[in-house]
Design a protein around this ligand. Structure first.
Ligand SMILES: Cc1cc2nc3c(=O)[nH]c(=O)nc-3n(C[C@H](O)[C@H](O)[C@H](O)COP(=O)(O)O)c2cc1C
Length: 460
């Protein structure tokens, strides 16, 4: 791909990768992708926005050199430092002796470890500007879209917003414009847009709503870091994001329970049914799903929508079946706070599966009861009664009024929104549950974005 002029003084200089089928190890990219980068010049100074994956650095350079010699670049703006945008930074610094990197404070920290070297850097805050001589860029803080480091860059003169991954999509479109998508392929683009949202932004829905609100009025062109730039689709994509990020509505205010199971001979199913019957009778809203017959998206949507999730698994060859592990893998591990889960199942002789799943649920930080519930082969009537009580015990972890009251005020990180809760502390980093924020060690830093303790303020 060569450079494509998008506006006066704005070029797309990124790289197409139509053959990629798996992105970042975990994400299917059925229609390839593009590693987007943009050149913006104001006449006097020139900025590159994003630096592509390191494997495509030379392609980036040859695209830039259609406009100007790469050594002439003055600035590199990193809206976000994930290696698919920052992999080329180190090579670029070697080629451009006068290059200054502009990025958020956490991006500077991340980039120092990614490039493993110091570099000339100007940390920018919300509202800061960069004068290119005849064109001014403004930076907009947009944390957690989808890393703590994210910012948007706004080119007011060209009504162009550079959003990095936000509103992007793995979809290789050689014209680099949404207007270039063949009408026949539009539905594939839209499907990939949803897939991308779910994988990348699903865990950060409140941040998505903030990001939409922070987009300046009058944007005519959105330059994302993957897929075509948006002009005619801006309204459509924003509406989709707003709808997908909206909090789930519970008209009747009931606590929700998802029971996810599989069962070869009906034993685990009988346990699932007993739990569903008891919890429904208690007034909870229960959905039961056999994972063998449900689409993965349906399973993960249920797993992540419910206050309480129960996983029912038989033991097969000393393990849980793949379908159950896939369902557990679908858990949005960033948003399990305040939710409860547990594992149950039937077994024949060794019975490991329910315990293995229960252990994983604990590691995912669900609230849970001490032990899974297991039954040898066919459940008796007494087993079904005990199962119902066990399920109630798990559900009560959410229903019960907060028995462990926070000992002190919760605090929120002003950069990324991480909430320090004295009730849970930060045991992984040496802060025991029950530690008031005031007693957290001075050198403790935000587990999410790495900011100092001083960056926290009391949560209203
Ligand atoms: C292929 C196969 C392998 C099994 N392997 C084990 C095992 O390793 N350990 C065990 O405790 N039970 C094992 N079992 C027994 C089942 O866990 C038991 O039949 C259980 O009741 C099945 O529950 P379900 O009807 O809900 O599938 C195995 C069963 C099958 C069919």
């Amino acid at each position: 791909m060569s450079a494509i002029q998008l506006r006066e003084g704005v070029w797309s200089v990124g790289v197409l990768n139509p053959a990629l089928r798996v992105f970042d190890i975990v994400m299917e990219s059925r229609y390839g992708t593009s590693y987007n980068a943009y050149l913006v010049t104001g006449g006097e100074k020139t900025a590159l926005i994003e630096a592509v994956h390191k494997d495509y650095f030379e392609d980036l350079v040859s695209n830039i050199e259609e406009i100007l010699p790469v050594e002439k670049l003055d600035y590199l703006i990193m809206n976000h430092t994930e290696p698919d945008h920052s992999g080329g930074v180190r090579a670029l610094l070697d080629r451009c002796p006068n290059l200054t990197v502009l990025c958020s404070s956490s991006a500077k920290k991340f980039l120092t470890s990614i490039a493993n070297e110091e570099f000339p850097c100007r940390v920018v805050k919300d509202g800061d500007t960069l004068d290119l001589g005849g064109k001014t860029l403004r930076f907009i803080s947009a944390p957690l879209l989808h890393w703590p480091d994210s910012i948007f860059t706004w080119d007011e003169a060209d009504k162009t917003l550079f959003t990095c991954d936000f509103l992007g999509c793995h979809f290789c479109e050689p014209s680099m414009r949404d207007t270039g998508i063949h009408p026949e392929f539009r539905r594939y683009y839209e499907a990939e847009l949803l897939n991308y949202f779910n994988c990348i932004f699903g865990p950060f829905k409140p941040a998505v709503l903030d990001g939409l609100d922070k987009m300046p009025a009058g944007v005519e062109l959105v330059c994302t870091s993957h897929g075509p730039t948006l002009s005619q689709s801006i309204g459509y994509v924003k509406d989709c994001y707003r709808q997908w990020a909206a909090p789930a509505v519970r008209p009747d205010g009931k606590k929700t329970v998802g029971i996810i199971y599989c069962s070869a001979y009906g034993c685990t199913r009988a346990l699932a049914d007993a739990a569903a019957k008891a919890l429904t009778a208690d007034g909870l809203q229960v959905t039961t799903l056999d994972v063998v017959f449900a689409a993965p998206e349906t399973v993960s949507a249920l797993v992540n929508a419910c206050d309480v999730v129960l996983f029912g698994t038989p033991t097969i060859n000393r393990n849980a079946p793949e379908a159950i592990w896939n369902a557990v893998h679908g858990v949005d591990a960033i948003n399990t706070r305040g939710r409860a889960a547990g594992a149950f199942g039937s077994f024949g002789w060794t019975g490991e599966a329910a315990g293995m799943v229960q252990e994983q649920l604990k590691q995912l930080k669900f609230k849970t009861v001490e032990a899974p519930f297991k039954v040898c082969f066919t459940p008796t009537e007494a087993d079904l009664t005990t199962m119902a009580e066990w399920a109630r015990g798990v559900a009560d972890l959410v229903k019960a009024p907060e028995s462990v009251k926070p000992k002190a005020q919760k605090y929120i990180c002003k950069l990324c929104g991480y909430i320090y809760d004295p009730e849970t502390g930060d045991p992984d980093r040496g802060v025991a549950p029950g530690t008031a924020f005031e007693d957290v060690p001075k050198l403790w830093t935000c587990p999410l974005c790495g900011m100092d303790k001083a960056m926290f303020k009391p949560l209203d």
